[in-house]
Design a protein around this ligand. Structure first.
Ligand code: MN
Length: 220
């Protein structure tokens, strides 16, 4: 069978120390997984269960690019996140630094009107993710520092031990709703300090032990 037009290439991410790429299937994102961020958003952590939103694989962007400030927003925000990449059998393949870039104004419209968050969250080029470090090279997820700077100034800082829901808890819970498997990615939430970025800003997100993620915003 032939297609009426060429299908999009599979979205993928580089793997540190490997010539192979990691093909991305789905992108799940955890909401309010750090208490201090939940508070700054005027909410509370939901201690009953984690909850999620998704981004299309077409929102994926590789780290280190200059990308346009998106249309349709006056308040584009940074959220630095610890990213989990799943391999065969939904076992953890590796980890990466990511940016869950967000049209905060449109997310707020969604909240105010009890509408979905897609326009705020499923933004083209908004899932910026760095090279994946294999799980055994990273070691245990403990109290590694996570941070984000904008043009050299630190804006977000936290510890992975601040996460309300741990990586195994998130995978176990999310597995009750989706058949997780190879290529699925989970962005595990952001520490406090989120805020707006403008054209010309250089964003760098770090987690100790991982390759940093970088993004520069351009006018178009
Ligand atoms: Mn987020």
């Amino acid at each position: 069978m032939t297609y009426v037009f060429p299908p999009e290439p599979t979205a993928s991410l580089p793997i540190e120390g490997s010539d192979h790429a990691f093909p991305v299937r789905r992108i799940f994102c955890v909401g309010r997984n750090y208490a201090a961020h939940a508070a700054e958003m005027g909410g509370e952590v939901d201690r009953e269960a984690p909850w999620y939103f998704t981004k299309s694989p077409y929102s994926l962007a590789r780290s280190g690019q200059k990308l346009p400030y998106p249309q349709g927003t006056q308040n584009y925000h940074h959220e630095v996140e610890f990213v989990v990449a799943l391999g065969e059998g939904a076992r953890v393949f590796g980890y990466a630094c990511g940016l869950d870039m967000t049209r905060r104004d449109l997310q707020q419209v969604g909240k105010d009107n009890r509408r979905p968050w897609d326009l705020g969250k499923d933004v083209e080029n908004s899932a910026v993710i760095g090279a994946i470090t294999p799980a055994d090279a990273f070691g245990a997820v403990t109290d590694q520092a996570i941070s984000l700077s904008v043009s050299g100034e630190e804006r977000q800082a936290g510890l992975l031990s601040d996460m309300v829901w741990s990586v195994p808890e998130i995978i176990a819970h999310l597995s009750g709703f989706y058949t997780l498997g190879a290529g699925d990615i989970i962005m595990t939430g952001t520490p406090s300090g989120v805020g707006p970025v403008v054209v010309g800003d250089r964003l760098t997100g770090t987690v100790n032990g991982l390759v940093p993620v970088a993004l520069t915003l351009t006018a178009d």
